[in-house]
Structures are given as C-alpha cells and as structure tokens.
Design a protein around this ligand. Structure first.
Ligand SMILES: Nc1nc2c(ncn2[C@@H]2O[C@H](COP(=O)(O)OP(=O)(O)O)[C@@H](O)[C@H]2O)c(=O)[nH]1
Ligand SMILES: [Mg+2]
Length: 197
C-alpha cells in the first residue's frame, strides 16, 4: 500500500512558500508575486529511497494563530515546514510564533517534525542575521531541523523535500536512533506524477 504523507508549508506572506513548491514540482520560478488566497493542496507522488509515497502538500496562506491551524485541518499533518525570508526579521518572528504554538498545542509536542527553512539564499548579502546564530537557536533550543534554500536558483530545494520525507515517514523513528543514512540512500527523490492544476 502506498503511504500518504501530509505536510504543511507555513510562513509569513511573500517568503516564497509557493515558489518552493513550484520549483520542486514543476522546475518553475516566477518573479511575479501572486498571493495565495486560500489553502492550496498539491498531491504529487514521489519515489524516495525506492519507496513510493503519495504526498499531500498544503500551501497555507497567512494564519494569525494556532486556532486557525486547527480549524483548517492542519493539526494532524506528518510534518511542518516553516519558511522565513533570510532578509526579513519579521518573517522569522512569525516562524517563531507558529513553532511555539505547534509545539505547545499539538499532541506529541516537541516530537512533531518541523523544519525551519530560510529561503531567498540568493540574496544573502542582505541577510539580517548570520546563518549560524539562527541555525543554533533552531536546532538546539527549538529542537527543529534547519535549512536554507533558494527557490529562485533551485538551490537545496530537492534536499529540503528529501529531508522532509525522511522526518515525516515512519522510518524517522528508526533514523533518529541511527547515524545519518549514507548519501547514496538519499539520491532518489523524483516527483512521480504532477497534480493537475
Ligand atoms: N530572490 C528570490 N525571490 C524569491 C525566492 N522565492 C520566492 N521569491 C519571490 O518572492 C515573492 C513571493 O513568493 P511566493 O512564493 O509567492 O511567496 P508566498 O507568499 O510565501 O507563497 C515572489 O515575487 C517570488 O518571485 C527566492 O528564493 N529568491
Ligand atoms: Mg503563496
């Protein structure tokens, strides 16, 4: 049976949530900004480490707080991606708030798989804080994963989804007890079928 993995992409407006998903699924990027009006669901199938997964990727517009998250059926996702713009401190504050609300309210608390993603790495000359400061905070204090990417340059986008699958799939429990898997096991992530949009 093909396993379904539900993941939610959250973050302040304009940080590049939709751009990250489109780069992953369609190898496409546009400079034009079209606000995502309501939650949009993509359902690609992917092959990861020789297994096929049906993904449900939820592109979530701005939510003021956790109660919105609950009411939109986002409570029981397998993993959350919290995106901020490395040039925008406000977008990091938003990620901080949402992360706290997820960990305080969700069953499983700090075990909830979360990856914090700093997008727009191509603009890193304008970043508001050194990478290391934020990655240490996120990894050590928040106990979340941390990555940076650029949807514009298609940099680390596949890596992000590989990491997402790794932490969202049931194998994550085994993976946590083991050393990181060797790189050759991470080499196969292929969007298998594009959703019709
Ligand atoms: N320079 C740069 N711009 C980006 C990147 N990702 C997204 N953008 C731009 O940022 C704006 C907002 O992107 P969008 O994906 O719609 O943001 P969302 O509101 O979080 O879904 C758009 O104008 C994109 O072209 C990136 O990695 N680098
Ligand atoms: Mg959007």
């Amino acid at each position: 049976m093909v396993e379904t993995l539900k993941v939610a992409i959250l973050g302040a407006p304009r940080v590049g949530k939709t751009a990250i998903i489109h780069q992953f699924l369609y190898n496409d990027f546009t400079e034009n900004y079209t606000p995502t009006g309501s939650r949009y669901i993509y359902r690609p199938s992917v092959i990861f480490n020789g297994n096929m997964y049906d993904m449900k990727i939820m592109d979530v517009p701005y939510l003021a707080e956790w109660s919105d998250l609950k009411s939109r059926g986002l409570r029981n996702t397998d993993a959350y991606v919290l995106v901020y713009d490395i040039c925008s401190p406000e977008s990091f504050e938003y990620v901080k708030m949402i992360r706290q609300q997820i960990q305080e309210n969700r069953t499983g608390g700090s075990e909830t798989p979360i990856i914090v993603v700093g997008n727009k790495r191509d603009q890193q000359k304008q970043r508001f804080s050194p990478r290391r400061t934020l990655s240490v905070l996120v990894k050590k204090s928040w106990k979340c994963g941390y990555m940076e990417c650029s949807a514009k340059c298609n940099w680390h986008i596949i890596l992000l989804f590989k990491e997402l699958l790794r932490i969202a799939s049931p194998l994550r429990w085994r993976a946590r007890l083991m050393k990181p898997l060797p790189p050759e096991l991470f080499c196969s992530l292929l969007p298998f079928q594009h959703p019709g949009i």
